[in-house]
Design a protein around this ligand. Structure first.
Ligand code: F6R
Length: 366
């Protein structure tokens, strides 16, 4: 049942080229430049007329929501807020008729997310669901939505569901932007093509597995880790840190790279590994100066970089190379080596990576 892999988590990480392909199939036609998503189409006018889009989720799904915030705001020019379901629901949130709520959930059963959207629905909000489990509670209560089609995720730590969420959210943003006319035809077509190329690039990237396993051996005894990124990759840093905490029980913090100097930089010494999500994008130069700040304090830098980058390797202690991709696509690829790093560190420490202590696959307690 683990398909020859030692753990479900590893199997699910390696399935990503296929699950991303499944998620795109029947929706994206990159040559024709069409994206078919009936639920979104049906509500496009309402969504585009909304004052704001509220994204509600927990954990890893919340991280996918953060990436979506940056992308939807950039492409659609609609204000987006991302909320932890548990915070949103308990504070008498302001919801008006016609508000659009986007709920993201792998299981479709997370109690806080479910109750949050029930409350919003009663107040007249339109609920869109991005859900993996077909027929789950959140899928049923949503007015429309899109399934992530990642297949059953057995490993407690979410991996393939996350990348499928990113793909669905990106297709949604592209579809809305095209409808609104807030994206140029060229940019739209380019992003469609880039999306279609993700499965192949993910496949290439997985070849770094043995190299990442060696990195895991090198860093497995660290007491803490810092994960840093900016822009579209800030949520990827958060997700990398969450994976490591869950699977290896090593304390890890994800932070926006520029915020580091407002506090966490005090942690940096020669013992601290700092993982930078530093692929080529509009923030890259700034990220490079953040890497220099860490090196000046003798931190150990592991940098996730774009193939062809010649500068970052001269600064970092270790590098993980990602195929070239547009900056809006890169998070889907960048997270994969971070999943592998967490996995291999957990295994190297002899831990039960498929069932980390204290965690449940679906959090149905409030
Ligand atoms: C992390 C993880 C959790 C879930 C969270 C939300 O690896 O799996 O943080 O992402 O419990 O779950 P869903 O997406 O099922 O609502």
């Amino acid at each position: 049942e683990k398909g020859g892999y030692d753990h479900f988590m590893l199997k699910e990480i390696f399935e990503q080229p296929q699950t991303i392909h499944d998620c795109l199939r029947g929706r994206l036609d990159a040559d024709a430049g069409t994206i078919t998503m009936s639920g979104i189409e049906k509500h496009a006018a309402q969504i585009l007329a909304a004052q704001r889009i509220l994204i509600i989720a927990c954990g890893t799904s919340w991280h996918a929501g953060l990436v979506a915030e940056y992308i939807i705001e950039e492409l659609c020019r609609i204000p987006v807020e991302v909320e932890y379901a548990s915070e949103f629901r308990y504070r008498n949130p302001i919801i008006n008729k016609g508000d659009v709520i986007l709920a993201i959930s792998q299981s479709g059963e997370t109690a806080d997310t479910l109750v949050a959207i029930e409350t919003a629905k009663e107040k007249g909000a339109i609920i869109l669901g991005v859900v993996n489990v077909v027929g789950s509670s959140i899928a049923r209560i949503s007015d429309a939505g899109a399934y992530t089609h990642a297949g059953p995720e057995i490993g407690v730590a979410s991996t393939k569901a996350f990348t499928a969420q990113l793909v669905v959210l990106l297709m949604t943003a592209l579809k809305l932007a095209a409808e609104k006319g807030s994206i140029s035809r060229d940019r739209y077509l380019l992003l469609c093509k880039e999306l279609a190329a993700v499965p192949e690039k993910a496949e290439l990237l997985l070849k770094a597995d043995a190299q990442i396993k060696a990195l895991a051996e090198k860093y497995k005894d660290a007491r803490d880790f810092l994960y840093l990124g900016r822009g579209y990759n800030f949520p990827v840093a958060l997700e990398g840190a969450l994976k490591l905490k869950e699977i290896s029980y090593i304390h890890a913090e994800g932070y926006p790279a520029a915020e580091m100097k407002h506090g966490p930089i005090a942690l940096v010494d020669e013992e601290l590994p700092v993982v930078f999500v530093a692929t080529k994008d509009s923030y890259h130069e700034k990220v490079v100066s953040n890497i220099q700040e860490i090196k000046a304090r003798k931190g150990k830098v592991i940098a996730v970089i774009t193939e062809g980058d010649t500068i970052t390797p001269t600064l970092a202690d270790d590098i993980i190379v990602i195929p070239q991709a547009d900056e809006m696509i890169a998070p889907i690829l960048n997270v994969i080596p971070l999943q592998l790093l967490a996995y291999h560190i957990g295994v190297a420490k002899g831990l039960d990576v498929d069932k980390p202590r204290n965690l449940a696959k679906s959090v149905t307690v409030e």
